[in-house]
Design a protein around this ligand. Structure first.
Ligand SMILES: [Zn+2]
Length: 571
């Protein structure tokens, strides 16, 4: 790393005792856990190769593969190159004068037949930088193979703040870089993490690693997370780190990435490890791997009593509301959405919610409803956690056949689970919300505002962008589409009244009556057009999961079996 402020990592990759003859090296095109071809080779420059001190010619064979001819008797071949790293996300690499975040898939070449071999990584950093990663070692790191190497993002920098703690008898470290790294979101943050970790541990029996690292970058550009076998890469905006208004969402992000160390990193269909780094890999199970993880995260918060169950129930009710705003739920099943991840989940546009669903959002709700189905089918005996512990007992680290997860659900829950999978996962039928009754809950759809303050529905959503009020999304089959309103149209006026911001627009909608005609004046492709339509009645915007009146003992027992805490009204 001769000059970190230039944002280039300098890499030397040495392959010891190579066979003579043609020798390929490749750079991955994607990162496991993030299903988009990102073409990391586009950031590589100055590639050279040498053997026995002699520079060797290189042939580029395809976008991410290079070939040399190794001479007889070479002890090693070395590839030297620079990688531009200036994208601070959980699946790219970043380097500046003070901080670096290295993702192996973006940086390290591999020889296709040698991915199983042990790797040693030596970091050449400024003396005052420190390092955090899931690998063993600080400046000299070792990994048993290439998969393990690139599964460990490496955080490096001048001002890493490390918070060591013990959970489940195993050392853990929270390593934080960026603005506000020297303070925790709450004084109880490490205790809360510990409780979440130990609650997850109680499902599987033990923690399958010798140390675990939460690598946090406080980052103005945004948030997110990516799972690894014994680390999690987490980005949090400064406002959310220093003063989390939504502590549930922050803890949930940590719980989500942590639960992945089982669900995805160890328990996964066989296509998800060992990896083909050059091509898309396909599974119909991303709803279970991502979606159910996104269900288990808030479940862990409730069960560990780090967040009150009422907040978790509110979260699930809001997720149902969001799903019900997306017409794509009638078109695309969870299994299909999983296979389409590479072209849809990671490449959304204004029409995406019209034609598909997120396997995170609907997958989380599928987890919730499958859990309730399991509780009902087994008369309170079994829950999803039993499915995970049994999956872990049967398959452990080895990967499982594509159909094993669903087969186990059916084995444990019988015909009701088979029907539920057909409807919720392979079909597009709505969830059976009468299931909430078995745990003493009821889903209520209502309104946030009094009757005279509810916004009518025009069939499209708007957003403020670059000083303009633009149409963000038009509902498929809705009145906006019927009236001829399109994404990116600029809204100028409603019924002759100039509207400049989304706030004004939404305020105006509360003053219109259902059935009233509305003239939408807009600019479309440079022309100003009038688009009359009739306002539809307000839609429910307040979904709540509330306890039923006079819950029975059986309902209360099942609730407690499910979330580990009393039904809220009894608390
Ligand atoms: Zn995830």
């Amino acid at each position: 790393m001769p000059n970190p402020r230039s944002h280039y990592f300098h890499v030397e990759a040495r392959f010891l005792e190579p066979p003579s003859g043609l020798f390929d090296v490749s750079l991955p095109v994607w990162t496991p856990g993030s299903y988009l071809v990102r073409e990391y080779a586009r950031h590589v420059i100055n590639l050279s190769a040498s053997a026995n001190g002699e520079t060797m010619p290189i042939v580029q064979r395809d976008k991410a593969t290079w070939q040399i001819e190794v001479p007889h008797g070479a002890d090693a071949v070395a590839f030297r190159y620079d990688v531009y790293a200036y994208e601070l996300t959980v699946r790219t690499s970043y380097l500046d004068a003070d901080y670096g975040l290295a993702h192996g898939t973006t940086l390290f070449l591999y020889h296709p037949e040698w991915k199983d071999r042990p790797v040693t990584l030596t970091l050449d950093l400024p003396d005052d930088w420190s390092v955090a990663s899931g690998l063993d070692g600080e400046r000299v790191l070792s990994a048993p193979n290439y998969d393990a190497l690139v599964d460990c993002p490496i955080q490096m920098g001048r001002r890493l703040v490390r918070y060591p703690f013990s959970a489940g008898g195993v050392p853990h470290t929270l390593s934080v870089a960026g603005l506000g790294a020297d303070q925790l979101p709450r004084p109880t943050f490490l205790e809360d993490l510990t409780r979440i970790i130990e609650t997850a541990q109680s499902i599987f029996g033990s923690l399958p690693y010798s140390h675990y690292e939460f690598l946090v970058t406080v980052n103005e550009a945004g948030g997110g997370g990516l799972e690894h076998r014994n680390s999690a890469n987490i980005m949090v905006p400064p406002s959310r780190w220093r003063n989390p208004r939504d502590y549930r969402a922050l803890l949930s992000l940590f719980a989500h990435e942590f639960f992945h160390l089982w669900n995805v990193k160890r328990l996964h269909p066989t296509v998800l490890g060992p990896f083909d780094y050059q091509h898309e890999v396909y599974t119909s199970l991303l709803w279970a791997l991502e979606g159910i993880t996104d269900y288990m995260a808030p479940w862990l918060l409730a069960k560990s009593q780090t967040i009150p169950a009422t907040e978790i129930l509110d979260h699930w009710a809001k997720q149902i509301a969001t799903l019900e705003s997306q017409p794509g739920r009638w078109l695309t099943s969870l299994a299909d959405a999983s296979r389409q991840a590479w072209i849809r989940q990671y490449r959304p546009d204004a029409n995406t919610p019209n034609i598909t669903i997120s396997y995170y959002l609907k997958g989380a709700l599928a987890g919730l409803f499958l859990d309730l189905e399991m509780l009902q089918a087994t008369d309170g005996e079994k829950t999803l956690t039993d499915v995970f512990s049994e999956l872990w007992r049967r398959y452990g680290e080895g990967g499982y056949p594509e159909d094993a997860f669903e087969a186990l659900l059916v084995e444990m829950g019988g015909a009701p689970l088979q029907r539920a999978l057909a409807r919720y996962v392979h079909g597009t039928e709505p969830f059976d919300e009468s299931l909430f009754d078995i745990v003493g809950l009821r889903l209520e759809r209502g309104f946030q505002d009094a009757e005279d303050r509810r916004p009518v529905w025009l069939g499209f959503w708007v957003t403020d962008r670059q000083g303009k009020l633009l149409v963000r999304q038009v509902e498929r089959g809705g009145p906006g589409e019927e009236a001829g309103i399109s994404p990116d149209d600029e809204i100028l006026a409603l019924n002759g009244e100039r509207i400049r911001t989304a706030e004004q627009f939404n305020e105006r909608l509360t003053q219109l009556a259902p059935g009233q005609s509305v003239d939408v004046l807009l600019a479309h492709q440079g022309r100003v057009l009038s688009r009359p339509q009739a306002a539809l009645p307000p839609r429910p915007d307040r979904y709540q999961l509330v306890p039923v009146a006079d819950a029975s003992l059986a309902q209360r027992e099942r609730f407690e079996r499910w979330l580990g805490v009393p039904l809220p009204q009894d608390a």
